[in-house]
Write a protein that binds this ligand. Structure first.
Ligand SMILES: NC(=O)c1ccc[n+]([C@@H]2O[C@H](COP(=O)([O-])OP(=O)(O)OC[C@H]3O[C@@H](n4cnc5c(N)ncnc54)[C@H](OP(=O)(O)O)[C@@H]3O)[C@@H](O)[C@H]2O)c1
Length: 318
């Protein structure tokens, strides 16, 4: 089969489409014929040599895919060859085939195109696990989503609206804010023109900026608020005002999805299938796709992501 190989860290040009050994499914694995994968910021960091695959994961980038089951291991009961699936991966999505533990495999929601289904696993699992499982966002509460036009942001806006929350986003342009409002956001803040911490008070904040936003995020939390940091685009260190945190009885969480054990990923995946897929099937949530690029040209997909002009996901079509 072919896969995108990274021989040495560097720019998009180091992503090369080459023949590699076929993966073999273990007893608990599902082997998927990949229809599409999608680009995540973590893939750029892997390409740059800053975020290696966890032990046991395929060396190729790609944290999600959709496709058709080619083969299942002897212990797998829930899937069979021919099933249309998507999957949360620890790596290896930029390939023609990938083997993945069955716990990380999901059926494709009814009505979703097989290729477009690749846009959902990583964002759905990240948003469900952080906003709903960790921060326990409730109906009527306010959610602040930093980077509302990102892949993660576009799903967070739709899911939180579907659960009856008031949603505020930050983004870097009026155009991006307009797209977030189309997806259901109630308010948008252009962070280049306005300080979000002066404008909004939120019960839950989903943050991709990290260190640089920590003081502002704590300031923007309401009493009992929950801040979940999932990205460090603004650095890993910042000053935490514990006094403010104590007075507000607020909490700060940090999580990653990729490094979690298979069983934990399985709990998240089941939560997504039970709670998010019905909303996708009802049309309340849709994958937001910015571009489709042939998988062999993953370099071009990375250039689009790094330009920062995109809204939603960039697909890699096999
Ligand atoms: N911890 C986890 O498990 C986990 C899982 C998935 C993703 N993530 C993280 O989540 C983040 C989003 O991932 P993605 O794949 O959706 O990336 P993406 O689509 O590339 O989005 C990143 C976005 O961040 C926005 N941004 C940059 N600086 C900002 C700021 N100061 N305020 C508000 N927005 C800002 C940019 O849009 P503007 O033009 O608006 O600036 C850009 O579109 C990444 O940092 C990724 O590493 C973490």
């Amino acid at each position: 089969m072919h896969a995108i190989v990274i021989d040495k860290p560097g720019g998009p040009e180091v992503l090369t489409w080459r023949e590699v050994p076929e993966p073999r499914p273990g007893p608990g694995d599902v082997l998927i014929d990949v229809a599409a994968s999608a680009v995540n910021r973590a893939d750029v960091m892997q390409r740059q040599g800053l975020y290696g695959p966890p032990p046991g994961a395929p060396p190729y980038p790609g944290l999600e895919c959709s496709g058709v089951v080619a083969e299942v291991g002897s212990d797998v009961e829930d899937f069979k060859p021919g099933d249309r699936v998507s999957a949360l991966l620890a790596g290896g999505g930029y390939a023609e085939r990938v083997a993945v533990p069955w716990q990380q495999v999901m059926r494709v929601p009814e009505g979703v195109d097989l290729v477009e289904a690749a846009a959902l696993p990583e964002v759905a699992c990240t948003v469900w696990s952080n906003v709903f499982m960790t921060a326990r966002l409730r109906k009527g509460e306010t959610l602040l989503v930093h980077g509302g036009a990102s892949g993660i942001g576009t799903l967070a806006v739709q899911l939180a609206k579907a659960f009856g929350s008031h949603v505020v986003v930050t983004a870097g342009s009026a155009e991006k804010i307009a797209r977030c409002v189309e997806l259901g956001a109630d308010e948008g803040i252009n962070y280049r023109e306005e300080d979000f911490a002066e404008r909004v008070r939120a019960d839950v904040i989903l943050d991709i900026v990290g260190g640089r936003y920590l003081p502002g995020n704590v300031k923007a939390l309401k009493t009992g608020g929950r801040l979940v940091v999932i990205g460090m685009q603004g650095g890993s260190k910042g000053e935490l005002d514990l006094g403010a945190l104590l007075v507000k009885r607020a909490s700060v969480h940090g999580t990653t999805l990729r490094s979690r054990p298979v069983d934990e990923k399985g709990v998240i995946v089941r939560g997504v299938v039970e709670n998010v897929w019905p909303l996708v099937e009802a049309g309340a949530i849709r994958p937001v796709i910015h571009a489709r690029v042939p998988m062999s040209d993953a370099a071009q997909a990375h250039r689009i992501l790094e330009s920062g002009d995109h809204v939603g996901k960039i697909l890699l079509v096999s």
